[in-house]
Ligand binder design. Structure first.
Ligand SMILES: Nc1ncnc2c1ncn2[C@@H]1O[C@H](COP(=O)(O)OP(=O)(O)OP(=O)(O)O)[C@@H](O)[C@H]1O
Ligand SMILES: [Mg+2]
Length: 1005
């Protein structure tokens, strides 16, 4: 097949025209031979650039060169290629001009136009292309309209390259042969690659000791291959971020550096700094995803679309922490890793937990965590950094007067344009008046240099004064930028300008020159150089205007679907942005225009979004963020709305789970204020208050009167649902597991029609735990487990309790191998996710399995271990039960004396019914073995009486078996006790212990 396709094709391409300005004049002034040589070099330069950027030269028209991009094949970045080629060709022309100007006394200038559009292409291969279409004319006209040295882009091209280029809108052009004026843009600059971080312009002054400490600390982490955490503290502007920058530039080449910053806004934006540091890894994502494993990759990927992800896809906090840890581990395997987390004073508690967890658990890898914060961090977390093996904390104090003198001298030298006059008195005032704060000094210097006599007394005021002196365009730009956030893009800025396309390039350049902003790490992004500048600009911007901008930004972020690709999942992810802007828009509108007709709708949207985000946070068990989001949502939601009821319940659940019982009750009070006179709400609150009371150790309430009230409104599903949960709680306390099981199932019947995933998950989780003790038969219990394993598949923290239940049920049914397998998985998850209590539960269930398998010595060891761990964690009640179980294993092993000794501890009583019953019957068994049959029988009788209070079939079976043995040893008839034990086991489907009883009974006859 020939690669020439003779048929003309219709396609979208980019057309570029470049031409020499004033060539007739050149021809007049230069000898034709010389002109030809110059023009040849000009053509060659253009050709080279066009070719190197993947374009084809279509033809020469006079001195003009016409090139096309997108022939024979179009590429998605044709427009960018054309712009880069034009930019490079123009530079080449400038160089050529500079070269000939001194010798030949002429300047060479070119101008250029670029357009995009649909054309017909004939002979579309290689050098011999013919292109016909409107884009050709437009490009040619744009080129004519461009001034010397200018590149003009058509509107389409501008849109295609905006991410990578600085553009200035020009007034619409009336072009020859065109009916309507054409929109065009002047290219200011184009940067195809990410703009590297801008470097500091003056050297670091002082701080040698601090720098040394940081460096030594890093060396230690690298040398000993351990994770170390350095915390850097100091007031705003004192130089924390600057010191870290210096430290980073001095690091050896092979160190990987990741940086994340906490925003001062954005409630619930727990993981924002983590997504920021992930952004830098986009390029390596596919390889990293493989290295961190399926769960890790899933959790990290989930972070990128938090807020947009389905509820089910939200990874839990433990999953996220583990994923981040394994990411660091993978990154640090071959070379040291430094992770900088700046502005931690604004971190959510869950993020602080994550960082501490990393510092405590990352082992055998060289990682340095650099935590940068204002001193408020310690207010939020007084224990920060405590108890870590490798941690240090550094407080940056004021700089000394000699250092300030040097700083001022450097600033003077470097900013000679701003700081014009040479007045020593001024400098002395700065050196002594800036409290050793370099930012303060910078601002004072500038202010004084501009002729100010009086100086505002604080940094903030000084910064405000400086901002007031900015030009209008710059100030407008900065105010918009501050509303967007610490970092922002040109595209975002432009959405905040009305009407005509704004002249973004020039003010941005000026702001960059003044170092108020700098290029950000992501392509096309900028950021505030100083955290404090953003805060100040924001505070000084009119609330009315901010309200409007926040609203537009919420729309902008909302429209932008989560379009992250699998190759670059973290590019500019927008978690929480919509809610944050909506919330701010509402608050500000309420303050300045409470009667605004748009306000109700806006408020609804904000409340919806916050409540949704809060639900997600609750689902991943990020309780502090969940509480914050749900409470904000509640305050946005107008009083009288039904949602207040379910919100109150959730907030109070979350607070209770955090051990804040009083606050949990306050959430209910608030609901009653917001829904006064609402009988359903009142009832739900009454029920939830009983739950709170019960959890704080109060006596169980009278259920009948509650039931009477509920009966008046049979369709009040939420109240009923919560009532059944209360019932279940009471039954569990009393050891009536069958009843508790039924109550939870009744609750589920209520939750399902509400479509309330939260209530359903709670109930199912409870039900699954209960299945171990309730009369629900093993096969049914296993089916429930299977359903939950599928339902919670994405969150291993939720899977662990299900796997434990499954292990126990499998063991009872005789499948000991399956039980062990389930336990191995649970143990692995619990360990990976640092789920301390779950890990203890795994040991405990292992004990049960080994006991059922007859490995009593092993079982004893496991129970003892679990008991000790539980005691250490403050769960004395459960620990006491396990100690009794351990003693029972000793006895089963045949060591009566030792068992008696071990049991002595429980003499004072065991709080849990299970433990108490077992202890009583054990004492009976020991007495029996020692020949004290009367004592043994009386213990058996006591146990029999106590058995009435539980309906746990396995507990009944276990106790009855012991009673039967005691009776037999005492010469009584054990048949009835044995039969009852057998019946209990069989009703549960516990075939393994049932078989044992049956065998024992056979031995009797
Ligand atoms: N030792 C130093 N030598 C030279 N310049 C410094 C030094 N310390 C700080 N600066 C300059 O002072 C300004 C403020 O410093 P920086 O941004 O590091 O403050 P910060 O402590 O991080 O404040 P914030 O808490 O607001 O983030 C910056 O322009 C920085 O370059
Ligand atoms: Mg800083």
């Amino acid at each position: 097949m020939s690669d020439r396709d003779p048929r003309p094709t219709r396609r979208h391409i980019v057309v570029l025209f470049i031409d020499i300005v004033g060539s007739t004049e050149l021809a007049e002034r230069l000898d034709p031979e010389l002109l030809l040589r110059i023009l040849d070099r000009y053509y060659a330069a253009c050709r080279t650039e066009i070719f190197e950027h993947g374009g084809a030269v279509e033809k020469y028209i006079g001195d003009a060169v016409m090139a096309v991009f997108g022939v024979p094949v179009s590429r998605e970045d044709d427009a960018l290629r054309a712009v880069l080629a034009a930019d490079a060709a123009m530079s080449a022309v400038r160089r050529l001009s500079a070269e000939i100007a001194p010798t030949h006394g002429v300047r060479l200038d070119a101008h250029c136009g670029i357009a995009f559009g649909e054309v017909m292409v004939a002979d579309g291969s290689g050098s011999n292309v013919r292109v016909i279409g409107d884009a050709v004319n437009t490009a040619s006209r744009l080129q004519s309209a461009a001034g010397a040295g200018e590149i003009l882009l058509g509107d389409d091209v501008a849109r295609l390259v905006r991410q990578h280029a600085l553009l200035d809108g020009v007034p619409p052009l009336t072009l020859k042969g065109k009916r309507d004026p054409v929109r065009a843009w002047r290219l200011i600059a184009v940067e195809p690659d990410r703009g590297g971080p801008e470097t500091d312009t003056i050297p670091l002054i002082g701080r040698t000791e601090e720098l040394h400490q940081l460096t030594r600390f890093h060396d230690r982490a690298a040398r000993d291959r351990q994770c170390c955490m350095a915390t850097l503290l100091g007031v705003p502007g004192i130089g924390k971020s600057r010191l870290v920058r210096e430290f980073l530039t001095n690091l050896p080449e092979d160190v990987t550096v990741l940086t994340g910053r906490c925003p001062s806004y954005g409630i619930g934006a727990t993981y924002r700094p983590i997504t920021e540091l992930l952004e830098a890894l986009n390029g390596e994502w596919p390889a990293l995803a493989e290295a961190v494993g399926t769960e890790g990759a899933r959790a990290l990927r989930g972070l990128a679309c938090l807020g947009d992800a389905d509820y089910e896809d939200t990874p839990g906090v433990a999953e996220i922490a583990q994923a981040v840890r394994s990411l660091f581990e993978v990154l640090a395997r071959d070379r040291p890793l430094v992770v900088v987390l700046d502005n931690l004073q604004w971190a959510e508690p869950t993020l602080l937990d994550l960082i501490e967890d990393c510092a405590a658990w990352l082992a055998d890898v060289p990682v340095l965590l650099v935590c940068v914060a204002r001193p408020e961090l310690y207010e939020a977390r007084p224990s920060w950094g405590g108890g870590m093996t490798c941690a240090m904390s550094l407080e940056l104090g004021p700089m000394s007067p000699p250092h300030m003198t040097r700083l001022v001298a450097e600033l003077r030298a470097e900013r000679a344009d701003v700081v014009a006059h040479d007045d020593d008195g001024t400098y002395q005032r700065v050196i002594h008046g800036s409290d050793g704060n370099p930012l303060f000094a910078e601002l004072m210097l500038e202010t004084l240099a501009e002729g100010a006599v009086a100086l505002p007394p604080t940094i903030q005021a000084l910064l405000g004064a400086r901002l007031d002196r900015l030009g209008g365009a710059e100030r407008h730009m900065l105010e918009r930028a501050a509303t967007i956030g610490q970092s922002f893009t040109v595209e975002q800025l432009e959405t905040l300008f009305d009407g005509e396309p704004p002249l973004t390039a020039t003010p941005l350049r000026r702001l960059q020159r003044d170092r108020l902003i700098r290029r950000g790490a992501l392509l096309g992004s900028y950021e505030f150089t100083q955290t404090l500048t953003r805060e100040t600009v924001y505070a000084l911007t009119s609330k009315e205007v901010r309200a409007d901008w926040h609203r537009r930004l919420a729309d902008w972020f909302g429209d932008r679907a989560a379009d992250a690709s699998d190759d670059a999942p973290f590019a500019g992810s927008a978690s929480g942005d919509v809610s944050r802007h909506l919330l701010a828009a509402c608050r500000l509108t309420r303050q300045v225009r409470p009667g605004d007709p748009l306000l109700p709708e806006l408020t609804d949207r904000a409340a919806d979004r916050l409540i949704r985000d809060g639900g997600q946070a609750l689902h991943r068990r990020d309780l502090p963020a969940a509480i914050a989001l749900l409470e904000q949502g509640r305050e946005m939601l107008p009083p009288g709305r039904d949602e207040h009821r379910s919100l109150a319940v959730r907030i109070s659940d979350a607070k209770l789970a955090r051990g804040e019982a009083v606050a949990a009750a306050a959430a209910l009070d608030r609901a009653e204020e917001l829904l006064p006179e609402d009988p359903r709400n009142r009832l739900t609150c009454v029920i939830q208050r009983e739950v709170l009371a019960l959890r704080s150790g109060a006596r169980a309430p009278e259920l009948e009167s509650l039931r009477g009230r509920l009966a008046l409104d049979p369709r009040d599903d939420l109240s009923w649902c919560r009532f059944h949960q209360l019932q279940a709680l009471i039954h569990i306390e009393d050891g009536r597991f069958g009843a508790a099981d039924r109550a939870l199932r009744d609750g589920l019947e209520r939750a399902r029609p509400m479509g309330d995933r939260y209530e359903e998950d709670r109930l199912l989780g409870g039900l699954c735990e209960l299945v171990q003790w309730s009369s629900t038969p093993v096969p049914e219990g296993l089916a429930l487990c299977a359903g939950l394993l599928a339902r919670f598949a994405g969150d291993r923290a939720l899977l662990v309790p299900v796997l434990l239940t499954r292990a126990r049920l499998l063991a009872l049914s005789g499948d000991l191998g399956g039980a062990r397998e389930s336990l191995d998985t649970a143990g692995h998850y619990a360990e990976e996710l640092h789920l301390g209590l779950s890990a203890i539960a795994v040991v405990q269930v292992r004990g049960l399995v080994e006991s059922l398998d007859g490995n009593h010595e092993v079982a004893r060891g496991l129970f003892t271990r679990a008991a000790a761990a539980l005691r250490a964690a403050g769960h004395g009640g459960s620990a006491a039960t396990l100690e009794v179980y351990a003693a029972r294993e000793t006895l089963r092993r045949g060591d009566v004396r030792q068992a008696a000794g071990e049991l002595a501890r429980s003499e004072a009583g065991v709080p849990q019914l299970r433990g108490e019953l077992t202890a009583i019957v054990m004492r009976g068994a020991i007495a029996s073995l020692n020949g004290a049959h009367a004592d043994a029988v009386s213990a058996a009788e006591r146990a029999t009486a106590l058995l009435e209070s539980t309906d746990d079939p396995c507990l009944q079976g276990d106790v009855l078996v012991e009673i039967a043995r005691i009776q037999r040893a005492a010469g009584r008839d054990p048949a009835e006790a044995a039969r009852r034990a057998l019946d209990a086991y069989l009703s549960k489907g516990a075939s393994l212990p049932a078989r044992r009883v049956r065998d024992w009974m056979k031995g009797l006859s």
